[in-house]
Design a binder for this molecule. Structure first.
Ligand code: FES
Length: 223
């Protein structure tokens, strides 16, 4: 099954494009996870119950997601994955589905959870509208933050993975994260990424690196 959904013309779907020319419907599975989110924390959180805590904000929309993990110290399997978000329906549905996938069948190990690709979550949701992909990767990022937190707490510093951003174009000051966000927003060609970020406009020598990053992020998020 594809993780992408076909769009329809006009604004009759559940979510429409910025220019209102096309729209998409949410799948029934997405709606179910949105209306009945699994592992969602409603009340105050007693953080002493958890040993891996992560948080991420989306530069694309300003929304935030927090996750709390309970990791078994012997097996390093994730026994509980709880979360809260101020994000939209797509963020809620994809985090709910991720929390199920990570804790089902006795729980994934931290190593397995790190390998869970956002497109697998989207596939199990029956696809998501392209405009909403950036929402679905919020949980991936918050999960990685929480796993790092667990490794720091247990002093396994060699297992902490930090994704520092790298300047790709020193003239326009565009970083690899800016390109990642542009791709998640649907800019999947060099031209579209340039429209969004202005990368390479005063410094064309960086364009091969930009093209390579576009390929990398397209593969990472859209398979
Ligand atoms: S629009 Fe912000 S998480 Fe979806």
């Amino acid at each position: 099954m594809s993780h992408k959904q076909d769009s329809i013309k006009g604004t009759k779907g559940d979510v429409s494009s910025h220019d209102k020319t096309k729209s998409w419907f949410y799948s029934d599975i997405v709606k179910d996870h949105f209306f009945n989110p699994k592992n969602f924390l409603l009340n105050e959180v007693d953080e002493s119950q958890y040993n891996g805590i992560g948080k991420v904000g989306s530069p694309a929309c300003g929304d935030e997601l927090r996750v709390w993990l309970k990791v078994d110290k012997e097996t390093e399997k994730i026994q509980e994955f709880k979360w809260k978000t101020f994000g939209c329906g797509s963020a809620i549905a994809s985090t709910s589905m991720a929390s199920v996938m990570i804790t089902e069948n006795d729980g994934m190990t931290l190593t397995e959870a790190r390998k869970l690709k956002p497109q697998l979550i989207m596939e199990r949701l029956g696809g998501l509208p392209q405009r909403k992909f950036h929402c679905s990767v919020l949980c991936d990022k918050a999960l990685r933050d929480a796993i790092n937190d667990y490794y720091r707490r247990t002093e396994q510093f060699d297992k902490v993975v930090v994704e520092a951003s790298r300047i790709i174009d020193p003239v326009s000051k565009v970083t690899d994260h800016d390109i990642e966000e542009a791709v998640l927003e649907g800019a999947t060609t060099l031209e579209k990424v340039q429209q969004k970020t202005k990368v390479g406009t005063g410094n064309p020598s960086c364009l091969p690196a930009v093209e390579e990053l576009i390929r990398f992020y397209k593969e990472k998020y859209f398979g």
